[in-house]
Ligand binder design. Structure first.
Ligand SMILES: [Mn+2]
Length: 429
């Protein structure tokens, strides 16, 4: 594609995604008279704000106090985006945010702020956030179905914005049928567009640099948190906004703890250290795991386990192709690990979707198709030997099969040993 054309395509991406969502909703029997609402989320005090990923995916808006409404009738569909009204006093604290612009008469020309918002979101109908409830009265009166997006957190997680909103709406419009929008939009989220793959490649390139830094600095006596600080320094200094998830740096006994995030152990000669890390860039996540020998060389036993995980990885990759299911990819990996005699030491899934979320949206009952990005992350964890190995790559399904997006991050045992034997340029003390 020519550069100009590509730019134009990228510019229309949010409008195209909303159009695809409308088409999906319209295909459903209950979608014909419906309202769908997505919220960007509320800001918590002193916590960096991340927008709800579905809201961001359909709008490109990354700030709090925003909502998207889509209203379908048998004849047509309307969309309206609700953004914070301009608030110069608040902006002294938050800086400039995307706003609805000042309120003007219905037929008046939009002001500069609203024109900006229209350009970013490719949405012509923009209102102030405080107008949301009033704007919903008529659509909700006519609708049969309300689509809301619910986080699929643990039962104990705090009640979220959509849940509170549903309580309120149900009291006023008890006849509405509720549907989970996330299950439907997950169909779109699962298959990445070219612009999404490009963003993920950037996040992966930064994560690759952090892995390079690990091989240059890892040594006995270093604390896990020192390695973590180095990794996250590389992320931020290469322009990542932050982390895709909390960094897992687990050495020795902690190499066998899947979601270890204390990262406070002092690493010893002879340990393995599992580094499960990912930069977030342009809101997209990388998720990469490598397992390193702290002293630079694998022991015979470690190498044996390491090679078994690599074999499982290769077997899993061979199962990656359009039409295959994630459970088949997992079976290929588990069969390989069983064949090596380690079946009781592999007890998690092999793959998850990756994208705006580190565990991205989408059903695992659908077959793989080109554009789906999954992780391949077999592992063997022998707690009684303090010996854990996980190797994780990010893979995009292509028409021919797959492409390992993380292929440039050293992975073979010999390659890692060679890198770690190279002259050191230590910057962490
Ligand atoms: Mn992962």
């Amino acid at each position: 594609m020519k550069a100009g054309k590509e730019k134009a395509a990228a510019k229309n991406v949010y409008a195209q995604r909303r159009k695809a969502l409308v088409e999906l909703l319209r295909k459903r029997p209950e979608g014909e008279n419906s309202v769908a609402i997505l919220f960007s989320g509320e800001e918590e005090s002193l916590v960096p704000f991340l927008p709800d990923t579905n809201f961001y995916y359909f709008t490109g808006v990354a700030s709090p106090k925003a909502a998207l409404m889509i209203h379908l009738t048998p004849q047509k569909s309307d969309e309206m985006l609700f953004l914070p009204a301009p608030d110069p006093a608040a902006e002294r604290w938050t800086g400039k945010v995307i706003t609805s612009g000042s309120l003007t008469r219905p037929n008046a020309e939009p002001d500069a702020e609203r024109r900006d918002a229209m350009k970013t979101t490719q949405c012509a109908a923009i209102a102030a956030h405080y107008q949301l409830e009033d704007a919903l009265i008529r659509p909700l009166r006519a609708a049969k179905t309300l689509y809301l997006d619910f986080p699929e957190d643990a039962f104990q997680a705090p009640i979220g914005q959509s849940q509170l909103f549903w309580e309120k709406v149900r009291a006023r419009y008890p006849f509405l049928e509720l549907r989970h929008l996330g299950r439907i939009s997950g169909e779109l989220r699962r298959v990445k567009g070219a612009e999404e793959i490009a963003a993920m490649r950037q996040a992966i390139a930064i994560t690759a640099e952090a892995n390079g830094a690990i091989t240059r600095h890892l040594r006995p006596g270093l604390h896990e948190f020192e390695l973590q600080a180095l990794i996250e320094y590389v992320f931020r200094s290469r322009g990542a906004e932050g982390l895709a998830f909390p960094s897992i740096i687990g050495s020795g006994p902690y190499s066998c703890i899947l979601h270890y995030d204390k990262n406070r152990r002092r690493m010893k000669a002879g340990d393995l250290v599992v580094c499960d890390i990912g930069a977030r860039k342009g809101f997209y996540c990388a998720d990469v795991t490598r397992t390193y020998p702290v002293s630079g060389r694998f022991s015979k036993r470690q190498r044996k386990v390491y090679e078994a995980v690599l074999d499982a990885r290769r077997a899993a990759l061979e199962a990656c192709r359009p039409g295959a299911f994630v459970h088949q990819v997992h079976k290929a990996a588990s069969d390989a690990i069983a064949k090596a005699g380690f079946s009781k030491y592999f007890f998690h899934g092999t793959s998850h979707y990756l994208g705006l979320d580190a565990h991205d949206k989408g059903s695992y009952d659908e077959p793989l198709v080109p554009g789906v990005v999954i992780t391949i992350e077999p592992g063997i964890y022998i707690a009684e030997e303090n010996l854990g190995v996980r190797i994780e790559d990010d893979v995009v399904i292509t028409r021919e099969g797959y492409d390992v997006m993380t292929k440039d991050i050293a992975r073979e045992a010999g390659e890692i040993e060679k890198l770690m034997a190279a002259p050191r340029r230590v910057i962490v003390y």
